[in-house]
Write a protein that binds this ligand. Structure first.
Ligand SMILES: *Cc1c(COP(=O)(O)O)cnc(C)c1O
Length: 395
């Protein structure tokens, strides 16, 4: 039996069974649904995109996977070269992994070892309140092989601050000589409640990180590839390490990448084996994933997705302008994300089924009703999503 995510299995309602999917649509036995959440925010090109499917098929005719330990191949070489050119600044060193959570783990290990490799003890991580960086827990710690662990023995803990400059300055003033990194979901905190904040906070963070040689990590697993209305938030403020996932493969196969800049890479580059990064997911650099990611980036550029996202934001603002209800605390919009936050989560109970019956797949959580649409959505489809959201409050 399937154990479903984030659900109390005893009380969960039966999931909708998908028989087919194409473009922005999911098909069940009796419904055609606009996927308003892009399958957990990753399906930016829509389903069954002929070019993406063809890229996977073509690679599968050669091989689906080979390990990256001691082997390499064209798709992974081409993807790392493409990312090097596509990503801003000197974010040039791509460490691949199979999921966003693992890629975040890699970034944190990099930040810690960046310091131990230079003989510095920097055991603390600074993060944001309401942060979400994945679900992994303790795999390495329960392992028992000194060769894999020694570089990470110093880790101590995490401190959380709100997205406010005074709190940021205070944290750096107090702890700067103990911090190895500051990790953030830049501009848009997704799973923590679609919280949006100002670029000024990140600019100040960059200054402080430079001043104290603390690595700045952007977890753009959710925000990368245009979701905030910027290609990457890293285009605005350059991090030392950038983590990408979700839309990297257009949602076709799970894959992620941790991209380091020259400064980080140089701290590992040595004649000393003990300064190497001891990490290696079985499926890193998977050939199908790399092939589809390459094709996805090609389409993203060729079809001018940034203009599509700008249009999505304009329509979202137009449709949600002046929409209020006593139960709504706030409507927030940024790029391809719209969030309606209510005061009481009970006010969203039943919305998923309500939307289903009207041809929209939605998955509200806690106090948040939101859309994170595929970028290929047409205006009338997008308007329909907002109509269904508004109808829920007017019923
Ligand atoms: C989804 C997400 C992750 C985790 O990615 P998985 O592929 O689910 O492991 C990490 N960080 C952010 C910001 C995310 O939104």
């Amino acid at each position: 039996m399937i154990w479903y995510p984030y659900e109390q299995m005893k009380t969960m309602k039966a999931p909708y069974k998908i028989l087919d999917a194409e473009g922005v649509y999911l098909y069940t036995k009796d419904q055609k649904l606009i996927d308003s959440v892009s399958s957990w925010w990753c399906m930016i090109h829509g389903y069954k995109h002929p070019e993406l499917t063809a890229a996977i098929k073509a690679q599968a005719d050669h091989f689906c996977h080979v390990m990256l330990g001691g082997l390499t191949h064209d798709p992974v070489e081409k993807l790392s070269a493409k990312l090097q050119e596509f990503l801003p600044g000197d974010l040039d060193y791509c460490f691949f992994s199979d999921s966003g959570s693992v890629a975040v783990e890699v970034s944190l290990k990099m930040a810690l070892q960046y310091n131990t490799n230079q003989g510095r003890k920097r055991p603390l991580v600074l993060a944001l309140e309401h942060a979400y960086h994945g679900d992994t827990f303790k795999a390495m710690e329960v392992g028992d092989d000194e060769d894999y662990h020694f570089a990470f023995d110093q880790k101590e803990g995490v401190m959380h601050i709100p997205t406010e400059i005074p709190a940021l300055e205070e944290a750096f003033a107090k702890y700067h000589d103990r911090l190895n990194c500051f990790i953030v979901e830049p501009l848009l905190q997704g799973a923590g409640g679609m919280r949006m904040y100002d670029i000024g906070f990140l600019q100040r963070a960059r200054e402080l990180c430079d001043q104290y040689d603390v690595l700045l990590i952007f977890d753009e697993v959710a925000t990368g590839f245009g979701r905030t209305g910027h290609r990457f938030v890293a285009d605005l403020v350059l991090p030392d390490i950038l983590v990408l996932g979700k839309a990297l493969t257009g949602g076709y196969i799970g894959h992620a990448v941790t991209v380091a800049n020259h400064k980080v890479f140089q701290a590992f580059y040595s004649d000393d084996d003990r300064k190497a990064l001891m990490h290696g997911p079985t499926f890193m650099g998977n050939a199908l994933a790399c092939a589809v990611a390459l094709k996805g980036i090609e389409i993203f550029e060729r079809e001018n997705y940034m203009a599509k996202i700008q249009r999505i934001e304009e329509i979202s603002r137009r449709e949600m302008a002046d929409f209020t209800d006593p139960r709504i605390r706030e409507v927030r919009i940024m790029g391809g994300c719209t969030c309606v936050e209510v005061y009481d989560s009970a006010d969203l109970e039943g919305f998923q089924q309500f939307a289903y019956e009207r041809g929209v797949f939605s998955r509200p959580f806690l106090k948040y009703m939101y859309s994170m649409v595929p970028y290929v959505i047409e205006e009338e489809e997008l308007v329909k999503i907002f109509d269904v959201m508004k109808a829920w409050f007017r019923r």
